[in-house]
Write a protein that binds this ligand. Structure first.
Ligand code: SF4
Ligand code: SF4
Length: 351
């Protein structure tokens, strides 16, 4: 394991050094929000507040050109049209600095879907395999944080390549993976082994600062039991205005849509994030919509994360407890309360 010390005044020079080798994404202020953007030497990254949006786009961009195509006519046979397709795959080495442990863990949710025995999403994997995560541990959990309910923690290393632990005068950077170790060893930061004990105490304090975890293991079966309880779901979704904020900020939402944009004889195939809280998400060409109300859609969002996904993927919950959907929901819908309400709800009456 590599351990390097990053002094506070060396943060920007270190990021500039990284930026020479990797596409470097850091949290930056954009209006009222803090979002992951390409590093700029003249703009200080924002590490003191939790980023508004997860760094999902670093591996799974909001709009990703998968391929370009061009129709070509055969001058000898005008009725014959060929299509030339050029795949696009981005494997630029990248590093995301300043995400939180829950953000890094979020990509494990994607991995179980985009790389299976039968499915390999090559565009996703190209970025995933070439992107490193340097995660800043959370020393002050927000009231909306609940990572410890869903198997994580404010200093959990799962999903990170390097952990960044605040210590006196800066941060200790500790490698978690081999590629994180290689990244630290190829840089010019001084050894930080003498800060390890202090960093260990900071991690212990971070874990202790989390409130007591609630046991949500019963949610998997209980949400299925409540599947047809329309009254329950109407009550839970009463405040929702179907804005979709929760899905766009979430580090574990992976649904997408595919569209072709044509310009004359040329075009591009785009993959864009989709939003299951929108009525358009399941609208069929016939006009039928199997999830016509916000109650159906919220049931699907919560059910997917806490029941359907765990059923398919070894009991892993598709929520890392980052709390963004709670913090930024304009109607104060709280996914924790919905899960606890479901667990506490009486079993629906037969018949
Ligand atoms: S952010 Fe809140 S109001 Fe908007 S769709 Fe999600 S739950 Fe509904
Ligand atoms: S569902 Fe909410 S709390 Fe869970 S990972 Fe997504 S945004 Fe975070």
């Amino acid at each position: 394991m590599a351990a390097k010390f990053l002094a506070t005044d060396q943060l920007v020079p270190w990021l500039a050094e990284l930026n020479g080798k990797y596409r470097t994404l850091v949290p930056m202020r954009e209006g009222d929000a803090v979002v992951f953007s390409p590093f700029q030497e003249s703009v200080a990254p924002v590490l003191e507040v939790r980023p508004t949006a997860a760094p999902r786009g670093s591996v799974f961009p909001q709009c990703d050109p998968l391929l370009t195509f061009e129709y070509k006519k055969d001058p000898e046979q005008p009725a014959k049209v060929m299509v030339e397709v050029t795949e696009r795959r981005d494997d630029t080495p990248a590093v995301v600095v300043g995400g939180r442990p829950c953000d890094a863990a979020g990509f494990n949710t994607f991995d179980r879907v985009y790389e299976t025995d039968t499915i390999k999403d090559l565009n996703y994997l190209a970025r995933r395999e070439n992107t490193l995560f340097v995660s800043l541990i959370c020393t002050k959990p927000a009231t909306t944080c609940f990572c410890n309910w869903v198997g994580g923690g404010p200093a959990d290393p799962v999903g990170s390549d390097v952990q960044m632990i605040p210590v006196n005068g800066g941060w200790l950077l500790e490698s978690v993976t081999d590629r994180g170790e290689a990244m630290l060893n190829e840089g010019s930061l001084p050894d930080g082994a003498d800060k390890s004990a202090e960093a260990g105490s900071v991690k212990d304090a971070a874990n202790a600062a989390m409130g007591e975890a609630q046991d949500v293991s019963a949610a998997k079966d209980k949400l299925l039991e409540l599947f047809d309880d329309a009254d329950f779901w109407e009550a839970q979704s009463a405040k929702c205005i179907s804005c979709g904020t929760c899905t766009y900020l979430c580090p574990t939402c992976y649904c997408f849509n595919i569209t072709d944009e044509k310009f004359g004889m040329k075009g591009v195939r785009l993959r864009t994030w989709d939003n299951c809280m929108s009525s358009q998400f399941t609208m069929e060409a016939s006009g039928h919509n199997p999830r016509p109300t916000k109650a159906h859609r919220l049931k699907n969002r919560v059910g997917h994360k806490f029941s359907y996904y765990p059923s398919l993927h070894g009991d892993n919950i598709a929520c890392v407890g980052c709390g963004r959907c709670i913090k930024s929901c304009p109607a104060s819908v709280d996914i924790r309360a919905i899960v606890l309400n479901a667990i506490a709800a009486p079993a629906p009456q037969e018949g």
